[in-house]
Design a protein around this ligand. Structure first.
Ligand code: CP3
Length: 341
């Protein structure tokens, strides 16, 4: 097993900088589109053999140092009793959004055995074939709450914030329910054998520091403390470079960074006791090979003082990305970081 990724998560010295890409299994790969041409997205997530197959694709094609389970952060939302659909045009749609106490009370707690057996089965299939670590994941309670309340993606999060500022007690109640579900969901993945977990907080950046501290962070802290796991936990709150000290309070082993901050500045602000993951702008992969190498080198140099650096994009790889540029980026990370040791 190539353990470079885990060593970097733990802040240990590595021979080279490990790299993986958020959304590394997806539409930019013709091999993925071939399978997606036959089944819809939710069926793909719920069929262990197919989920395992698309999880493996970027490991073989890109030569990344970790695999991430193919699934979606909204799978537990469905398991809690909401009707979920993925529309080609609009992205996720969640019917009958949660707007009042009746809707919050109706939400079930996820039962991993009954609700997400396919996740556990996909993990077991993957552990038999992988020679790199497998990352499990969940959405963070705040990000999942926004999808439940808005009914899908949103621009200004008016419904979520209306609940937060009109009925904070109800918002906290929803967050408590989500916290139990996320903890159970991650626990099931850990028990099945994943080597690390990542908590995606894709919408944390729409909160002020005060609201992040009040409504989002305490629940992430509770999840990480509750898991009390020895495997690395990565917390990725997108668009929160101005709140890094708060992100560190989560208790995660690794903080994910987007590209809106110099990685050296993030390393300095975070200080010791935590590793960093990131942070190439995903659109750099639309540039020339020279520019890609140059920007990779900048990030590797910016992270020299990090207590552990996992190279990644600052957000998911885009569907239009040229595959050969993604391959070149991974190779550049390996080559340039090896040179610098
Ligand atoms: O990273 C991986 O390769 C593992 C799989 C993965 C997916 N989604 C597959 C996916 C992971 C880790 C996610 C996380 C996820 N899902 C997040 C957090 C990360 C982020 O991007 O901020 C969020 C917010 C979602 C919700 C979601 N799922 C949206 C908004 C969409 C529609 C937008 C889009 O890209 O189509 C999805 C669909 C989705 N999830 C796809 C994939 C490969 C595309 C579905 C398809 O094949 O048509």
């Amino acid at each position: 097993m190539n353990n470079t990724f885990i060593q970097a998560c733990r802040g240990q010295k590595t021979d080279y900088t490990p790299v993986w890409l958020m959304r590394q299994a997806g539409r930019y790969l013709p091999e993925y589109r071939k399978i997606r041409g036959k089944v819809d997205f939710l069926t793909l997530c719920k069929t262990p053999e197919l989920a395992a197959e698309v999880t493996m694709q970027p490991v073989d094609i890109l030569k990344v140092d970790a695999a991430i389970l193919f699934s979606d952060i909204l799978i537990p939302v469905e398991a809690m009793g909401m009707k979920l659909e993925f529309s080609e045009a609009k992205g996720p749609i969640i019917y009958s959004p949660v707007r009042d106490s009746v809707a919050v009370d109706r939400l079930r707690r996820l039962d991993p055995k009954a609700d997400v057996p396919f996740v556990v089965d996909a993990i077991k299939l993957l552990l038999k074939q992988l020679d790199v670590p497998l990352i499990g994941f969940s959405g963070a309670p705040f990000t999942l709450a926004t999808y439940m309340i808005e009914g899908g993606s949103s621009k200004n999060f008016v419904n979520s914030k209306s609940m937060m500022y009109q009925n904070p007690g109800l918002f906290h109640k929803l967050m408590e329910k989500l916290t139990l579900t996320v903890t159970d969901y991650l626990r099931a993945q850990i028990d099945a054998g994943v080597h690390a977990v990542q908590i995606f907080d894709s919408w944390a950046g729409v909160l002020s520091p005060y609201d992040f501290r009040t409504y989002a962070l305490p629940y992430v802290k509770q999840i990480i403390a509750g898991l009390a796991t020895k495997i690395p936990v990565i917390y990725f709150p997108l668009n929160t470079s101005a709140m890094l000290p708060l992100a560190k309070e989560s208790g995660a082993d690794v903080i994910g960074l987007d590209w809106r901050i110099e990685i050296a500045q993030a390393v300095e602000t975070l200080g010791h006791g935590v590793a960093v993951q990131g942070n190439l702008d995903p659109t750099i992969l639309f540039g020339s090979k020279e520019i890609i190498r140059e920007r990779v080198t900048n990030i590797l140099q910016g992270a020299v003082n990090a207590q552990g650096h996992i190279f990644n994009l600052g957000h998911g790889i885009l569907p239009e990305t040229p595959v050969d540029n993604a391959v070149a980026m991974v190779a550049a990370v390996h080559e340039m970081s090896l040179k610098n040791r």
